[in-house]
Design a binder for this molecule. Structure first.
Ligand code: HEM
Length: 211
């Protein structure tokens, strides 16, 4: 139960990060100066002068990394326990076929993690272009990158749809048929919002709407 709660809490923190990241990306619509200024502020000036220049981003990254590691650790440990608790091969197969959602979460989680490693290399570790705005804009002038990101964000949002619901159920919010309907609707809403919020900017760049 503690591991499930850990998975739920870290997952919800990661969803909150995604909502902030999505809003930040939408600043591409405000133009080069606004976007570059925002990127600089995030990396250098956030919480300055309470913290020295450039410190907050590393604290933030440490928390984010801890959440990702703990989330994956709890998922893998729970998965391992469930497999061990099932005595025969036949039953393992049967159990897996019954649990569509958990299978999607495992494969979805792996694709999500693989895409994230690539995403970090592309935009954080080895960014291209003379500024964040130009790097992002040039990337999405290539339809292949837009397609890649749309598919990846789609996988992320399928993961979020089930994860959001599951996290609140674990934390005790699924208390009645009404609450079940509310949580289900909220899960679809959050997943759809994140999909559209992330997808709209790359598509706009490709369509020539962001120069
Ligand atoms: C169209 C979709 C997306 C775009 C255009 C985008 C863009 C970017 C850019 C430009 C950066 C670098 C920020 C910088 O170092 O200046 C970044 C960092 C990052 N992105 Fe994304 N992103 C997208 C979707 C996602 C998704 C779906 C996830 C998670 C599943 C994600 C997770 C991250 C993380 C963890 C970082 C590193 C943050 C840091 O350096 O502290 N991004 N993204």
């Amino acid at each position: 139960m503690a591991l499930k709660a850990l998975m739920a809490v870290t997952g919800l923190i990661l969803i909150a990060f995604l909502l902030m990241h999505m809003i930040g990306n939408l600043k591409m619509f405000l133009g080069a100066e606004e976007f570059n200024h925002y990127a600089e502020w995030l990396k250098q000036d956030l919480l300055y002068p309470f913290l020295p220049h450039g410190t907050f981003i590393w604290l933030f990254r440490a928390v984010l990394l801890a959440c990702i590691v703990l989330h994956m650790f709890s998922a893998v440990t729970l998965w391992h326990r469930a497999a061990k608790a099932t005595p025969t091969k036949y039953e393992t197969k049967k159990k897996l076929s019954q649990s569509y959602a958990s299978r999607t979460m495992r494969w979805g989680g792996l694709i999500l993690a693989g895409g994230l490693i690539w995403h970090l290399i592309q935009f954080t570790i080895a960014p291209s272009g003379p500024s964040p705005f130009v790097g992002v804009r040039d990337t999405f002038q290539n339809p292949a990158w837009v397609a890649f990101y749309l598919v990846w964000i789609g996988v992320v949002c399928i993961h979020i749809r089930h994860g959001f619901w599951s996290a609140f159920a674990t934390l005790g919010a699924n208390t009645s048929a009404f609450m079940k309907t509310v949580l289900n609707a909220l899960a679809y809403l959050v997943a759809a919002l994140i999909f559209v919020g992330f997808a709209v900017m790359p598509v706009a760049v490709l369509a020539g709407g962001i120069q």
